[in-house]
Design a protein around this ligand. Structure first.
Ligand code: TDO
Length: 192
């Protein structure tokens, strides 16, 4: 399992090792011990989600607000997406910055998105099935969104606006600077 830091230190790309043989392959797609050792802090995932999206579907940007912020570990089971995470941590040197990574069933890459980030993705293949772990249960009352096309964030979603398909909720999200950001106590992790 290969861990790669991105331009935002705490956002990490994970490349699982794949063992091929004449039957097919086997791959460890999640190892809590290796992940925690690399990160240097504890993460306890408690919920797995799966969503399927047609080409052009953009979901995001979303986060769960305090007191139920979520760490996410995202991977693609089928197809290809552009996965995006935005730093919404007050006082962070990369506040308002984002990382965009192509995740696909072919490259098998995963994105580790810590607490304090907004997350979204767009499906770049005919269909894309995404699976992600979270470390706090879904709380609809804390579900919060940010406009995917906020010029302050300047995210290149790779597809023309006319091809994007959004939920009604995501068509009406507010700009990044208008939401409540995460203060330092809400995104700290327990040390190992
Ligand atoms: C996120 C979530 C939604 N739901 C329900 C609520 C609703 O009826 C239906 C669809 O929800 P949404 O429209 O919020 O789904 P979606 O737009 O796919 O929301 C997701 O977007 C990506 C980018 C994320 O990062 C996730 O955390 C989550 O916010 O599923 C759950 O039951 N459990 C959950 O954990």
């Amino acid at each position: 399992m290969n861990f790669i830091r991105t331009n935002i230190h705490d956002l990490v790309i994970i490349e699982p090792t794949v063992h091929y043989d004449e039957r097919g392959y086997l791959s460890e797609t999640f190892r809590q011990d290796q992940l925690e050792k690399f990160l240097g802090f504890k993460v306890n995932f408690c919920q797995d989600n799966e969503s399927k999206s047609n080409y052009g579907v953009l979901r995001g940007l979303h986060y769960q607000s305090i007191p139920f912020p979520q760490t996410k570990l995202v991977r693609v089971l089928q197809g290809k997406v552009l996965d995006v995470a935005v730093d919404a941590r007050k006082g962070s040197p990369t506040f308002g910055h984002h990382v965009a990574v192509e995740l696909s069933s072919e490259n098998r890459r995963q994105l580790f998105v810590p607490k304090g980030f907004a997350h979204g993705f767009v499906a770049l293949s005919e269909t894309a099935t995404l699976a992600y772990k979270v470390d706090n249960y879904f709380k609809p009352q804390c579900d919060t969104g940010i406009a995917f096309d906020d010029p302050f964030l300047g995210i290149d979603w790779k597809l023309p606006a006319a091809e994007l398909i959004l939920s009604q909720k995501d068509k009406n999200q507010v700009p990044f600077l208008e939401v409540t950001h995460f203060d330092v106590n809400s995104y700290l992790y327990d040390e190992l």
